[in-house]
Ligand binder design. Structure first.
Ligand SMILES: Nc1ncnc2c1ncn2[C@@H]1O[C@H](COP(=O)(O)OP(=O)(O)OP(=O)(O)O)[C@@H](O)[C@H]1O
Ligand SMILES: [Mg+2]
Ligand SMILES: [Zn+2]
Length: 543
């Protein structure tokens, strides 16, 4: 049942897993980290705890595993593991008993930390050291951190702890001070392009250099992101990879985002617009870049509206969207939007990271279009000059609209903490709940291929309502809800949008006391896993 997205989601092992660096010298960038580590290992001066922090997909997990390899490899030279001996191979294949990986994101670690305190005394089985990698370490509960701290205060000589995190600010200072800390950097553009070039060659593919440059620009220093984009493009391209294909594939998501802004403006839905901005901010996106793309989008809409033509460079999918959107916005409105966006771009230059200029622009555009612009259908039927235009009566059949300004202000105040008691179903759904429920089964299947842990959480959740473009999803436990509402939301939104072929947003809620619902899955392993995770003693409070 992978019909919809098959062309862009490859079935084979993801490139970024195949190309995980197996030696320190294969790590791209991060020389300040690998050099220091190799020296320490070569001189037998290994620390007992390391903290690897930095943006996603820059090598934290890879380097953590390399530490385990290097300290346990009998043939290590200058701190570099041989990648051939029994120990190295066991670690590479994920079956070494001396490398213990704990994912703090999927089980917040309290049991593991207690367990660890007991087990840490046992000697390594094959190599010289037992290496404990705690991934997404910032997700540990206070209790788990306390348990870990006890262990770090008196580490057994044969134990090494490696904490990896994207949010080092959330690691307690008491822990940080007991570690040697390395900050991984975004990987330089050149390094990303070179690595993509190598992979293309090893995969027996061909690519225009400019196409790889374009992928690297989209990835913004995350090599994993770059490699998964390359994966998509390879699956999508028939033959050599061209810049046009990259633009079609990766550009489409850019257009989707700006399209969401114009949907909000056309519907005078300030709340949706401000929520969109909130999501971009949460994802750490560059708002000025977004606004510049929105200006491009406005130009494309003006062209479409005025001439009926779409820009030649866009894909069929984007063209269809532009044609539909151009119908909903008058040239007058588009001119206002363009003017305001250009001003906003200027203001964002000096606003020191606050999204306020963009939020205010959206609110102004929404309220001014309420007052002045007639609905576009009426505008087309009445070609009379503006001065003689009769005031347009509001169509009677319109459903009562929320006060857009108030709703938007609420959204601004409420950006991070969604309240689960807000009425749902206030806007007419862009997709039927039934289709969403079907899509959910597909989503679970698809997630399962990437992570059983994630799929186990999703299988216990269910879509309960559709509010405009927002799908409301109920989760059985608070931990899973918070995780998917916050950290993993964009992943969820992206996948659902692909499956449903529509840009949708999600809001994760929890209805306490509601019965557990298990959505369509016949996978016994997944069910069993879901049940384990759902054990009440595993459900933690969010701090
Ligand atoms: N510095 C790097 N050198 C070579 N490959 C890298 C590097 N960083 C990331 N990759 C590629 O991305 C994949 C994922 O990298 P890794 O798991 O180490 O990233 P991470 O920093 O732990 O990311 P996350 O924060 O998402 O856990 C690797 O398997 C590899 O293909
Ligand atoms: Mg990682
Ligand atoms: Zn070895």
């Amino acid at each position: 049942m992978h019909g919809h997205y098959h062309p862009i989601v490859p079935e084979h092992a993801a490139l970024y897993r195949v190309y995980r660096p197996q030696t320190f010298s294969a790590v791209v960038g991060q020389e300040h980290v690998t050099r220091t580590l190799r020296n320490a290992i070569a001189n037998g001066q290994v620390a007992h705890a390391y903290l690897l922090s930095g943006v996603r997909g820059t090598g934290k997990t890879s380097i953590a595993r390399l530490i385990a390899k290097a300290v346990n490899c009998p043939n290590a030279k200058d701190g570099e593991p041989c990648d051939r001996c029994e120990n190295c191979v066991a670690i590479r294949e994920g079956r070494s008993l001396d490398l213990i990986e704990i994912d703090a994101a999927s089980n917040r670690g309290i049991d593991e930390m207690r367990d660890l305190r007991d087990k840490v005394r046992f000697a390594p089985s094959q190599g010289d050291y037992k290496v404990y990698v705690i991934d997404e370490a910032h997700q540990l509960t206070t209790e788990a951190f306390n348990a870990l701290l006890k262990t770090l205060e008196e580490p057994p000589p044969h134990a090494i702890f490696v904490l990896a995190t994207t949010e080092s600010g959330k690691i307690p200072a008491t822990i940080v001070s007991r570690t040697q800390r390395f900050d991984l950097r975004r990987i330089p553009h050149k390094g990303v392009v070179a690595q993509l070039g190598k992979i293309v060659e090893q995969e027996g593919q061909k690519a225009e250099p400019a196409a790889l440059e374009a992928i690297a620009r989209h990835a913004q220093g995350s090599l994993r992101d770059a490699e998964s984009m390359l994966d998509m493009v390879i699956a999508f391209a028939d033959g050599p990879i061209t810049t046009k294909e990259v633009d079609d594939l990766l550009g489409a998501s850019d257009w989707d985002e700006t399209a969401a802004l114009f949907d909000a403006l056309a519907a005078s839905d300030g709340a949706a617009g401000v929520e969109l901005v909130g999501r971009l901010v949460d994802d750490g996106r560059d708002l000025r870049l977004f606004v510049r793309r929105a200006i491009e989008h406005t130009r494309a809409l003006v062209l479409t509206r005025a001439t009926g033509r779409v820009p030649e460079t866009v894909s069929e999918q984007v063209a269809a969207k532009l044609r539909a959107q151009a119908k909903g916005l008058s040239l007058d409105q588009l001119a206002k939007i363009a003017k305001r966006l250009v001003e906003t771009e200027q203001h964002l230059r000096t606003s020191e990271g606050t999204p306020l200029p963009l939020e205010l622009a959206i609110l102004d555009l929404v309220t001014s279009s309420e007052k002045t612009a007639p609905p576009p259908e009426t505008a087309r039927r009445e070609p009379a000059p503006p001065a003689q235009r009769a005031p347009t009566p509001l169509p009677r059949s319109d459903p009562p609209r929320r006060d857009p300004t108030r709703a938007a202000v609420v959204a601004m105040a409420d950006r991070r903490g969604p309240s689960s008691n807000e009425p749902v179903g206030a806007r007419s759904p862009i997709v039927a709940l039934d289709s969403v429920r079907r899509a959910w089964g597909e989503l679970v299947d698809r997630t399962k291929e990437r992570s059983i842990g994630k799929a186990a959480q999703l299988v216990k959740a269910e879509p309960i309502a559709v509010d405009g473009a927002t799908i409301v999803i109920r989760f059985g436990d608070e931990f899973a809800r918070a995780l998917w509402q916050d950290k993993r939301r964009s992943e969820l939104e992206q996948d659902l949008s692909v499956i449903l072929s529509a840009t949708v947003h999600v809001k994760c809620v929890r209805q306490p006391g509601a019965p557990e619902v298990v959505t369509a899955t016949d996978d016994p392993m997944l069910r069993a896993f879901a049940d384990t995770l759902g054990r009440p003693d595993r459900i933690m409070e969010i701090e």
